[in-house]
Design a protein around this ligand. Structure first.
Ligand SMILES: C[S@@+](CC[C@H](N)C(=O)[O-])C[C@H]1O[C@@H](n2cnc3c(N)ncnc32)[C@H](O)[C@@H]1O
Length: 279
């Protein structure tokens, strides 16, 4: 039987090419395989582990060494104050999207919003956190990916929010007739042809990442939709290089109440707008 310390040493070497922090990821995977926390590993370096657990660990290490994201291997991802089930076919929620949640939450609180929509729910990250923050809030959430809707349903049910988050298989809000007061969205916004890290490009769903030839096509479609339907508020994540184009687009449509925000790396990452009757 192999000992914890030896397993970690070997796995760290195997993960060196694929991971920025190979030892850390080896520890996470081993802790997951034996259902303990990382501290346990440090205190029990010379303990042997059961054969099936070691086999499971090596399977996971090989998947990670082939660049499969950690979240898909263990089937879960942390976001804001919750943990979500994820699987291949649904985007792994990103830390910067927590900033979008904060911006959307500020609008909901300030204007006492009761009914909003999310376009592109993915795993359910944004809608679930917002529903937990605002116990009165109702959310209609769409996606064009059946996998995303299935995973979102599972996460919504795990938090007992099925009465407040309604899932709709729909392009944008095409299949949603109800009037909503705000749209929140982290749509696909990457420009066609951009080369992504192998972990992302080879494993995450392309329909969740690429927004079209320019990248901002869906963002613009969402702006148009909000104007047409007289939806008062919009909060969106966007690409770090899209601010100028989005600003011009919004201004050309008479939308002037625009607030852009930056992410943890100080890059432009999203915006909120207030849409009045004139635009
Ligand atoms: C960047 S992911 C965001 C997922 C999740 N909201 C998050 O922030 O982690 C974009 C999501 O939008 C969905 N999507 C792409 N095009 C769409 C469209 N035209 N209408 C509705 N959803 C769309 C994708 O399937 C994907 O789940």
């Amino acid at each position: 039987m192999e000992r914890i310390g030896d397993l970690l040493g070997k796995a760290t070497k195997l993960l060196a090419e694929a991971c920025e922090r190979p030892r850390f990821e080896a520890e996470l995977l081993l802790a997951h395989a034996i259902d303990k926390d990382r501290n346990y590993l440090i205190l029990h370096e010379s303990d042997p582990i059961a054969r099936e657990q070691a086999d499971h660990f090596w399977q996971m290490v090989h998947r990670r060494a082939a660049h499969e994201p950690y979240a898909y291997i263990v089937g879960k991802a942390s976001f804001y104050d919750i943990e979500l089930v994820v699987e291949k076919g649904v985007l792994i929620p990103r830390p910067e999207t927590e900033l979008l949640v904060e911006r959307a939450a500020a609008l909901i609180a300030r204007h006492d919003l009761q009914q909003i929509a999310e376009i592109g729910i993915g795993s359910g990250a944004i809608a679930i956190v917002l529903a937990r923050k605002f116990p009165h809030l109702k959310i209609i959430a769409t996606d064009i990916s059946e996998t995303a809707l299935r995973v979102a349903r599972r996460n919504i049910e795990a938090f007992g929010l099925q009465g407040r988050i309604t899932l709709v298989y729909s392009n944008l809000l095409d299949a949603v007739e109800q009037q909503v007061e705000m749209v929140v969205s982290n749509p696909p916004y990457i420009e066609q042809g951009v080369t992504l890290m192998k972990d992302v490009a080879a494993y995450e769903p392309h329909e969740a990442l690429f927004g079209g030839k320019e990248g901002d096509e869906l963002l613009k479609a969402i702006v148009d939709l909000c104007i047409e339907r007289k939806i008062g508020y919009l909060a969106c994540e966007m690409g770090y290089n899209q601010r100028e184009r989005i600003e011009r687009y919004l201004q050309a449509r008479g939308v002037c109440e625009i607030a852009f925000y930056r992410d943890y790396a100080r890059l432009d990452r999203g915006f909120t707008v207030q849409i009045t009757d004139s635009g």
